[in-house]
Design a protein around this ligand. Sequence first.
Ligand code: SAH
Length: 395
Amino acid sequence: MDNYSKVILKSGKEQSINRYHPWIFSGAIKLINGDVKEGDIVEVYSNHNEFLALGHYQIGTITVRIFSFEKTEINFEFWEKKLLKAYNLRKEIGLIDNKNTNVFRLVHGEGDDMPGAIIDFYNGTAVTQFHSIGMYLERQTFAKALKNIFGDKLNAVYDKSESTIPFKSEINPTNEYLLGENKANIVSEYGNKFKVDWEEGQKTGFFIDQRENRKLIEYYSKDKSVLNVFGYTGGFSIYAMKGNAKLVHSVDSSKKAIELTDENIALNFDDTSRHKSFAVDAFDFLKDIKNKYDLIILDPPAFAKHNKALNNALKGYKKINTRAFEQIRSGGILFTFSCSQAVSKKNFREAVFSAAAISGRKVKILHQLTQPSDHPVNIYHPEGEYLKGLVLYVE
Ligand code: SAH
């Protein structure tokens, strides 16, 4: 077994580890034995010298991200086995070799016992995005293991960690292909076609986490006038069109996203006259939509990336939701989301409740939405449940 540095916890701080929580905060650490560098594998011990876990060390509030609660050899086979588990789970939920859907999340950080690692699959290309230096350092291992697992079904692996590895680290990652170079970037989700730009687009290229919620939009769209705010590349809009909406308007402040929205609409529909897109600020657009829409989608970016930003984030949610409640047609339906991990389900609900109260409308909850099954939540890490959505009926 390699000679890893030892992280010794303060007395009593092993409790969360005994409950399999995968993070060790800096305040829980008594001392570190050995010369430890960011990204190193470390062994975690209790104050009574009892082995607890293996994880990656990184400077920051979360100092160790745990990937094993067993003392085991960390080598190629270890990581390959973990990826295979993630693959088998996606097989179990019907996403491998699915005729209609070839875009899904293969590794969802803590949800797949790989804190700090995200891997998305786009019709033959895997896009990796690391938030942990230790995981980033294993990127070639992952690329090789993915090839072993997927075989011919994998043409390329692209790493996109340039902006997600903490700025303090000296790793300086550049986005690059770890394997192959695939340009075929049209994916299919429930048979709908999307052009995905993983090199230049946001996150890994597509917001895969809204798949099931987009499907629900299709169901509610018939003969409706639909407004898709924070639409990115038109995900919800395509489903609204498919569900026979009367008209669909897509709003996003990113010109690139709006260009891709128009391309995606044209990719799926011969007649695009029901759709119109607007590259404008959502807050401005929402000021004056009058009673033009019966179905409104609000899917803003994470307003709160940190706990400190929580109050401003809640104000943001309140503001956009108030505008939607005030103007949506009577009998209208509002799909409203928050993807901020720092905003709890309760916080988000309260913000939406206040917005409803300010508008004075009668509002009923029809659905409570979350992330799909390829974004699993580790039961010992409830923080992993980050996507919250409400579908509301506005009388
Ligand atoms: N609903 C989308 C994902 C939305 S991501 C989907 O299903 O794919 C959030 C989007 O909000 C991003 O595309 C970002 O460009 C956009 N955005 C961020 N701030 C904005 C603002 N002030 N006004 C309009 N769009 C904004």
